[in-house]
Ligand binder design. Sequence first.
Ligand SMILES: C[S@@+](CC[C@H](N)C(=O)[O-])C[C@H]1O[C@@H](n2cnc3c(N)ncnc32)[C@H](O)[C@@H]1O
Length: 229
Amino acid sequence: MRTLRRLFARVIFVWGIVSGLVTVAIIVWFRERNARTVFPASSAASLLVPARGWLMPVRQTLDRFKLRKGDTVLELGPGPGYFSIEASRMAGAQGRVLCLDLQPGMAAILRERLRAEGAGSGQPIAGDAMRLPLADHSVDKAFVVAMFGEIPDRPAALSELRRVIKPGGVLGFSETFTDPDYMFVNELEDLCRACGFERLERQRATLGYTLTFSVPKKRARRRRTPKPS
Ligand SMILES: C[S@@+](CC[C@H](N)C(=O)[O-])C[C@H]1O[C@@H](n2cnc3c(N)ncnc32)[C@H](O)[C@@H]1O
């Protein structure tokens, strides 16, 4: 009986090690295969698997981005809209969520999902993060999840974000280590600070983090007090 128990423990131990190694190998393979490329629209379904909620709970992540009713929000690289539907609900009928993606294939999937869910404030837009087709200071909040590392010229994208977000507005990021284009938190924070964003919060998430910044409000010019004559 004792020998049987020992054998069973060994089998469980070896199984644990092998499945751990296989999981790591799959993650490494997936990261290498997709690194530095735009995530293909043909794999959109993999971004909607319910298990993703364990790594990135939608509502908790969006709460960290401080979305409010009536906000005009820009979502960069929404893909098929894992976050867009809830974001549209949070912005409400008086708000808007502009979901800007490079790939028309992603925008088509997103449009259909928004329609099916009745999320009327979500608006898919085709465009490039490095040249935003939006007016200066036209959005209250912007957020970017699991996509910033796909952009070839990240400082250009940040200066575009700085241009379109209103002073006092919020920019949020979320990254997960399993993403092939994962950006390390310090690198992202340094880039944002260099572009004039001020950090609000840096919070841990499962295998990743969220970072939020604000766009500084312009300081009111001090009036010079006239010298007494
Ligand atoms: C990995 S998917 C992430 C989708 C979504 N944010 C999520 O977490 O489920 C990245 C998305 O960013 C888009 N993208 C990549 N580079 C872009 C760019 N320069 N401008 C706009 N969208 C871009 C891709 O087309 C893709 O839909």
